[in-house]
Design a protein around this ligand. Structure first.
Ligand code: SIN
Length: 288
């Protein structure tokens, strides 16, 4: 099989056309998909009206799946491999705890010592307009820094925190942020990460980075802000406009993303994500 690809943007992404991920995919066809994933950083599969089981089964082709122990509030009660991102109200009428998931620049599970290889986000329902997700190419972000800046940041480790937004849990009153902190101690990750499969260097930064290990927050802030601003320059960013039954696969080792709140919150935005485990990276630090 020769994969039919359509580029999504200059910096990132390709749509895989004429494919049904629920049908058997041979080893060689899957090899082509995996090659395209490494080459483009993001793959889009449109019109995939599949079941949760089929979403999980297809995702398993990419590696072992996270059971989301570090984000227990957001995982699906019957499918621990699925993480819910929804503004659908709970059955008691309270707001969904995951309605703001992903609303800052991040790479999935960077706050753990086994950050994700890739994620497969499936859209069940999307607003009439908006609810888009931005993705930044972190290879380009690294490669376009000056040699002086590359040398400066090479030895740095960024201390990453799980939660960045305070949402009170309507049921227990326990702030979500406090729970995330308790389950996930701060983890230091290299600011420059070598992609384990392509060997290319990528910037590994985002809004979850509080400070650099060995530096204060005040000292770290200007450089963190500069690097995030640099990485998210429009020419490095792809903006995904969701359609129901899209499956978007991205490589967390060379991209970061942010969900936008650019939609009418009275309309339903409901997605589910599988998270493929990556290789160990970083170390736990005693205090943030
Ligand atoms: C996520 O960060 O996994 C969710 C992104 C989105 O809702 O668009």
């Amino acid at each position: 099989m020769t994969l039919k690809l359509r580029k999504l943007s200059y910096p990132l992404g390709a749509e895989v056309c004429e494919i049904d991920v629920a049908r058997p995919i041979s080893e060689s066809a899957f090899g082509e998909i995996y090659r395209a994933f490494l080459d483009h950083g993001i793959l889009l599969f449109r019109n995939q009206n599949i079941s949760r089981e089929q979403h999980i089964e297809f995702s398993r082709r990419f590696g072992e799946l996270d059971r989301h122990d570090s984000l227990p509030r957001d995982r699906h009660p019957d499918y621990p491999e699925l993480l819910r991102v929804t503004n659908r109200q709970n059955s008691d009428g309270s707001p969904s705890d995951s309605r703001y998931t992903g609303r800052s620049w991040h790479s999935d599970m960077s706050f753990t010592t086994q950050p994700s290889l890739g994620s497969l986000l499936r859209a069940w329902a999307v607003p009439e307009v908006g609810g888009d997700t931005l993705f930044a190419n972190m290879y380009l972000a690294y490669e376009t820094l000056s040699p002086g800046m590359q040398k400066l940041i090479e030895p740095l480790y960024g201390i990453q925190l799980a939660g960045t937004r305070k949402i009170n849990d309507p049921k227990s009153g326990v702030p979500r942020l406090e729970e995330q902190k308790r389950i996930n101690p701060p983890v230091a990750q290299p600011v420059v990460r070598v992609h384990p499969e392509t060997g290319r260097k990528a910037l590994y930064i985002g809004d979850k980075v509080k400070r650099f290990d060995g530096m204060t927050e005040e000292e770290s802030a200007p450089l963190i802000q500069y690097l995030v601003r640099h990485a998210t320059r429009p020419e490095f960013v792809y903006r995904h406009q969701w359609r129901a039954n899209d499956i978007l696969l991205w490589d967390n080792r060379c991209t970061m993303h942010q969900a936008l709140g650019d939609f009418d919150e009275t309309q339903l935005r409901e997605l589910e994500r599988t998270t493929v485990l990556g290789t160990p990276s970083g170390y736990v630090v005693a205090a943030a």
